[in-house]
Write a protein that binds this ligand. Structure first.
Ligand code: AMP
Length: 292
């Protein structure tokens, strides 16, 4: 695996690969890699002839009181994992390369960025959209692979790709979970053993919602109440939001039916903020399929 640090060399490498008719798949990450990230790489491997990953701990998506300085940094182990997963190129620029002192341009996806994660983390999606657009311009991938774990993020990036006529197609991949249901996350490393046990409450509450949907419940408030009941049974958990929203607009819904919806969670477990979701997909024959 080649490790590229500079934007100019990354651009040259991509230009050559495109001239050689390669199909380029790209997986942007912030490092501290786990099986969730590797699942995106595996998916890219099946669909693309060149797989490029990036590790960039993007400062503009962290708020002033967030965990940028404490975010886990495991570069050597990440390189091993990416090599084992047969990644062709790792792009690992430094912050000054991406955000030089005179940097002034940001991307805002209006409306979608203000709710839920965006409300709890002001400026977060502006930072995400800006860095992803920059990475797309540098890496020029045909396909970019993102996890459904960050459902609002990927929806915002799809909107950006459509609004700005980007040449990169965004591919959404399933959530990878631990055996007990906890969604893999770099932030799980912050949990002590008691918090780690408590953190399964997110999955347990979404599983309950899934059971209710499978049993025919269509009332969003009833689902939300069931989710909150389970979340409140865990004393180490403090709910930031637990909402049933339209999967396109991320606006709250009253009933589940014609359109796909998400049950979205953000929950503090101790000092660690975790997110997770259940996707309830509406099929053309108006049946529903739920995916955790
Ligand atoms: P991050 O390094 O947190 O920015 O994540 C990089 C990519 O990995 C994003 O597209 C995430 O949605 C995805 N990702 C993170 N955790 C998981 C997971 N448990 N399952 C699937 N994808 C994930």
């Amino acid at each position: 695996m080649e490790i590229i640090r500079t934007i100019s060399w990354m651009k040259e490498t991509v230009q050559q690969a495109r001239a050689d008719n390669h199909v380029i798949g790209f997986i942007p990450t912030m490092g501290a890699l786990h099986e969730g990230h590797i699942s995106l790489i595996r998916r890219a491997r099946t669909e693309c002839s060149r797989v490029y990953a990036s590790i960039f701990l993007n400062p503009t998506q962290f708020g002033p009181n967030e965990d940028l300085s404490k975010y886990p940094r495991t570069f050597a182990a990440d390189v091993e994992k990416l090599t084992a997963a047969a990644v062709d190129v790792l792009f690992a620029p430094d912050a000054k390369g991406i955000y030089p002192a005179e940097f002034r341009t940001y991307v805002t996806v209006e409306g979608l960025s203000d709710r839920l994660e965006g409300q709890s983390r002001p400026g977060h999606f502006r930072g995400v959209a800006t860095v992803v657009l920059k990475l797309f311009e540098i890496v020029q991938p045909h396909f970019a692979f993102f996890g459904r774990k960050d459902a609002q993020q990927v929806r915002i990036l799809q909107q950006m790709a459509s609004d700005l006529n980007l040449n990169t197609e965004i591919v959404v991949c399933p959530i990878v979970r631990e055996a007990d249901g906890l969604a893999l996350s770099s932030r799980n490393a912050y949990l002590n053993s008691e918090e780690r046990r408590a953190a399964t409450v997110l999955y347990r509450s979404l599983s309950e919602a899934q059971t209710e949907v499978d049993a025919g419940i269509r009332d969003a408030l009833q689902l939300q109440t069931a989710i909150r009941r389970i979340l409140s049974s865990e004393s180490l958990a403090r709910v930031d939001y637990a909402e049933i929203v339209d999967a396109g607009t991320f606006e709250p819904v009253l009933r589940i039916g014609a359109r796909s919806v998400y049950a979205l969670l953000a929950v503090h477990v101790g000092k660690t903020r975790l997110i997770d979701n259940l996707l309830i997909e509406a099929a053309a024959d108006s049946s529903l399929r739920s995916c955790l």
